[in-house]
Design a binder for this molecule. Structure first.
Ligand code: UTP
Length: 504
């Protein structure tokens, strides 16, 4: 297995920490290990974190260097206040007063907006064809709940051919390249831990047919994990327990890695942001892209109506004239239950984590030093105790700090929310089993393919409970949506119960 991807563009390999790094040690003379050790000791001691160097005497030269570079990279100016507010204490309850429902562009336009939607599709097509839209996958998460060994994008997910998530995205991008006859750039954010594996996986699979130079990888920032008393946890004698700084870290890392600048230099204006765990995503949706551009939105989001009052999705709301996402854990029960006079849910808009962001918007907020708010998450982290035993406790023992990309929405001008049919576009792979798992994502892919075929006049064998009695997969090269299938199926085939079918 290759350890890196020499042909694809790998940005920011050495800028892993660039999004956070404190300004220090700018002299051109390399600093001696002794001097670094003294400096780090002082920094740590001043913060009551000197235990991080507890094993120094046991370490060899390279382990010492490694530990010092991790300590050097800790963004103290950021962390010092957060340790107090978010680790040693819980942040003030963020529940906001005066929340109002957010306005949403409906899935199907009404008579007044039909012309707008038609025009948007035309504009969206033009923007894609002109190469102004790039794909951006955030793949820097740890995938703890799924428990898969390796990057989440390497999970096999398609119903018939066992394609991986990365392959599905690559084939989708390839289909878009062919459809619009344009070179599409695919940016992938990894974290320093899964970066090499991700790059190696893509290289081993020849980028699934994409030109390697159009696949651009860069890493996100990491932050230390803390115990419940605010002490930095060690993962090993020479390693701090580090965790990625959340998908919100993508905005800083786009800049720090040079990816954003590269986008601008290539004339890319819109970043189509999606998560690595959603096999149903449509990253090049002309309607979404066209509406985003037509309405002058700087950041847009696809949303779906909630499955129930307390569904575990972020609630899109208006707060003091701005669009905000309120996590389900922070959403007041009375608002979750609130109904309109016609009985419909008052706050009914769930975040699907599918966004469009203008390159200029990301550039502006990072240049102006806007900080996305840090969130505190209690997690289970393997750590090394004071006796040098590595331990994995059964319950959360650590606090991680993360920022979330949706917290950029209140900073955006004219943010647009577009309602979509969840069954068509969203099936996140989070858990090993049950809800939001590989299994459920496979069922959703089959169900979607069946609907597309039915829309083209094909009769789908169904079980008594209505589920398709057939295993079916449609390759992105054949169709990316129901309309594509309708166009291509001229002579509806007969399908038999229990059959397995791959359409490419
Ligand atoms: P999740 O919040 O679902 O986290 O990420 P996760 O890491 O995949 O899974 P758990 O919580 O550990 O089980 C949503 C998306 O954001 C990306 C993930 O890769 C996924 O695409 N992400 C998350 C990052 O890129 N970086 C992060 O620091 C966190």
């Amino acid at each position: 297995m290759a350890v890196d991807a020499p042909h694809s563009r790998v940005l920011g390999r050495y800028a892993t920490w660039a999004g956070h790094r404190d300004t220090m040690n700018k002299t051109s003379q390399p600093e001696s290990t002794e001097s670094r050790y003294r400096r780090c000791t002082e920094q740590l001691a001043a913060r009551g974190q000197d235990h991080v160097l507890r094993w120094w005497d046991d370490l060899g030269t390279s382990a010492r260097e490694h530990l010092l570079s991790e300590i050097d990279s800790i963004p103290w100016s950021h962390l010092d206040p957060l340790i107090e507010t978010h680790i040693r204490n819980r942040p003030e309850d963020e529940v906001r007063a005066n929340l109002e429902p957010a306005a949403v562009f409906p899935h199907r336009p009404d008579a007044d907006s039909a012309a707008l939607y038609r025009g948007a599709v035309v504009l969206g097509d033009e923007l894609i064809r002109a190469g102004k839209v790039a794909a951006f996958t955030v793949a820097g998460g740890q995938g703890t709940r799924l428990g898969f060994e390796g990057p989440k994008g390497a999970v096999t997910i398609s119903p018939v051919r066992d394609k991986t998530l990365f392959q599905l995205f690559a084939e989708t991008i390839m289909a878009v390249r062919k459809r619009y006859d344009v070179a599409i750039r695919w940016y992938i954010m990894t974290n320093p831990v899964n970066h090499r594996q991700t790059a190696g996986f893509l290289e081993d699979h020849s980028y699934f047919g994409l030109p390697p130079q159009d696949v651009v990888l860069f890493t996100q920032g990491m932050l230390p994990s803390f115990d419940l008393n605010g002490k930095i946890l060690l993962e090993d004698k020479h390693r701090v327990a580090l965790a990625p700084d959340g998908h919100g870290g993508s905005l800083k890392s786009l800049v720090a890695s040079g990816a954003l600048e590269e986008m601008a230099s290539r004339g890319i204006e819109i970043i189509s942001y999606f998560q690595v765990d959603n096999p149903l995503v449509r990253p090049f949706d002309p309607l979404f892209i066209g509406l985003h551009a037509k309405t002058g939105s700087e950041m847009s989001t696809k949303v779906a109506t909630k499955a129930d009052d307390f569904e575990r999705v972020g609630n899109l709301c208006m707060h003091e004239g701005r669009v905000v996402v309120v996590e389900y854990t922070k959403f007041p029960d009375d608002l979750a239950r609130a109904k309109n006079p016609d009985g419909s849910r008052r706050f009914d808009v769930g975040n699907l984590a599918i966004h469009l962001l203008n390159v200029a918007f990301v550039d502006r907020i990072i240049a102006q030093n806007f900080e996305l708010p840090y969130r505190r998450a209690e997690k289970t982290v393997t750590w090394m105790d004071e006796n040098g035993f590595q331990r994995t406790p059964p319950t959360p023992n650590a606090i991680k700090l993360e920022t979330f990309v949706f917290d950029a929405l209140p900073l955006a001008k004219n943010p647009l929310l577009l309602e979509v049919d969840r069954a068509e576009e969203f099936s996140p792979v989070k858990n090993a089993k049950g809800v939001d798992s590989v299994e459920s994502a496979i069922c959703h892919q089959i169900a979607r393919a069946a609907r597309w075929l039915e829309g083209a006049g094909v009769t789908i064998p169904r079980k008594p409970d209505g589920e398709p009695d057939i295993i079916i997969e449609i390759a992105p090269s054949y169709a990316r949506n129901a309309e594509d299938v309708k166009r291509r199926v001229t002579n509806p085939p007969e399908l038999h119960p229990g059959e397995t079918i791959y359409i490419s």
